[in-house]
Design a binder for this molecule. Structure first.
Ligand code: GLC
Length: 427
């Protein structure tokens, strides 16, 4: 009897690498085939961390391809439409930004500088690293864009002018602001997302009309970011972006100091101090958390979301505030089977399957866990990491996961989920 060697079962590491390779479109990665066929801003930053585990060149290239679409005013767009794909709405003809390559007209969470610092440190932190230096310059320009256009209160926080900018697209945090959006002129259009995944996991039609109406305002201004910032129909201070930009400014400062860019270092230290003081504007004493807040009405969302816990990652909060955040984490840890839900169970419109109204998103969990570990809460960081790994082991590399059942939701074979396995929770 002859024995033939059976091919070994692929490991989760193998599968994760394979997803990144298959979602690679030549220098940039799509979040997943079908549902999101272009390059997304913060997705690429996290994907670079995944590539960094097995292909250093490809990791840098992921960020460089995104930054190549940076606008002259400094904004790094949220989508780059490198190639045509009819299966997505709203595509380049709807945004109509007049760029080459075509892009959307809004941005996404500024995590690039933090990732660039990580890649650079992994390679020995050489101040003359040419790829780091080129990306440093792009990040500085993008951070200045935020400081110039997105800080209407002058307190170092980040205003968003479309809920898509937050990356937490349909979080309940935006509901009241969206209720005020006039959709009477939206006209007809065909959604594509619900053709790819179950509509119960996606925003409702009523919400989508509002997203389109806000987009149309930007387009009618000719994508003039001053006009949009001053007069746009949706203007919220996002707790997530505010925390991430503060963190990214700290990371950019480390690069500025290494390079010896003293003028930028002074500027960044000022911005950091401003944001540290400004963050209290988001603190909601009643719920005991940092919450997003409406610029137009001043109303706090009053919701505890996964972004609230980015306070640890940003390095803000008094001891008393941090204790209340840990109390909230404890509550969520009791009510959910897996941490960290995007919205606390029991909050208005919580739904463990619907996108950012409950499901777990590993990239936010990753930043929260990092912050917790850095601030002396290694036990919580480990709990979040282990739960994240369990989700992938149970369900595969989904876009998001139910905190109650662990089932995957949204798209499958998702790039940033694969990247988080390689760079973080699968370790
Ligand atoms: C969804 C998510 C957003 C992400 C994009 C691509 O719009 O809400 O955060 O960047 O998909 O994955």
């Amino acid at each position: 009897m002859t024995l033939t060697a059976q091919p070994a079962e692929p490991t989760l590491d193998d599968l994760a690498r394979d997803i990144l390779r298959r979602n690679d479109r030549g220098g940039y990665t799509v979040p997943t085939g079908g549902l999101y066929p272009f390059q997304w801003n913060w997705d690429s930053a996290f994907v670079a961390l995944g590539f960094a585990e097995f292909d250093r060149n490809r990791a840098w290239q992921e960020i460089e391809s995104l930054v190549s679409a940076q606008w002259a005013d400094g904004m790094i767009p949220h989508i780059v439409f490198h190639q045509h794909d009819a299966g997505y709405f709203p595509g380049p003809e709807v945004w109509n930004t007049g760029r080459t390559p075509p892009t959307s007209g809004i941005t996404q969470p500024p995590v690039l500088a933090s990732v660039v610092r990580q890649l650079w440190e992994q390679e020995g932190a050489d101040p003359s690293h040419p790829r780091m230096r080129a990306l440093y310059a792009a990040c500085l320009k993008s951070h200045r864009w935020f400081h110039t256009y997105r800080d209407p209160l002058g307190n170092g926080l980040v205003m968003v002018t479309h809920n898509w900018e937050t990356g937490r697209d349909n979080s309940s945090e935006w509901d009241h602001a969206l209720d005020r959006i006039d959709t009477s002129a939206v006209g007809s259009y065909q959604r594509r997302d619900t053709g790819h995944v179950d509509a119960a996991m996606r925003p409702t039609q009523r919400e989508y009309d509002r997203y389109v109406a806000i987009l149309q305002f930007g387009r009618s201004s000719g994508w003039d970011h001053r006009v949009i910032a001053d007069q746009g129909p949706f203007r919220m201070i996002d707790v997530g972006m505010s925390m991430m930009l503060l963190r990214a400014n700290r990371d950019l400062l480390a690069l500025a100091e290494a390079i010896g860019d003293e003028a930028a270092a002074v500027e960044l230290r000022d911005r950091i101090a401003l944001s540290e003081q400004g963050m209290d504007w988001l603190w909601n004493e009643e719920v005991g958390a940092f919450c997003s807040r409406d610029v137009i009405t001043g109303e706090s969302s009053g919701l505890v979301t996964n972004a609230s816990f980015l306070a640890f990652y940003a390095g803000v909060g008094t001891p008393a505030q941090r204790q209340r955040l840990l109390d909230a984490l404890e509550r969520m840890g009791r009510s959910a089977q897996y941490l960290l839900p995007s919205l606390e169970a029991g909050s208005r419109d919580y739904d463990h399957r619907r996108y950012w109204r409950g499901p777990i998103w590993l990239v936010v969990s990753y930043m929260v866990a990092r912050g917790l570990a850095e601030q002396g809460h290694a036990d919580w960081a480990e709990r979040i990491r282990a739960d994240s790994a369990r989700l992938i082991i149970r369900s595969g590399f989904y876009e998001s996961f139910s905190p109650e059942t662990g089932e995957g939701s949204g798209g499958g074979d998702f790039s940033w989920t694969a990247a988080m396995w390689l760079a973080w929770c699968g370790q």
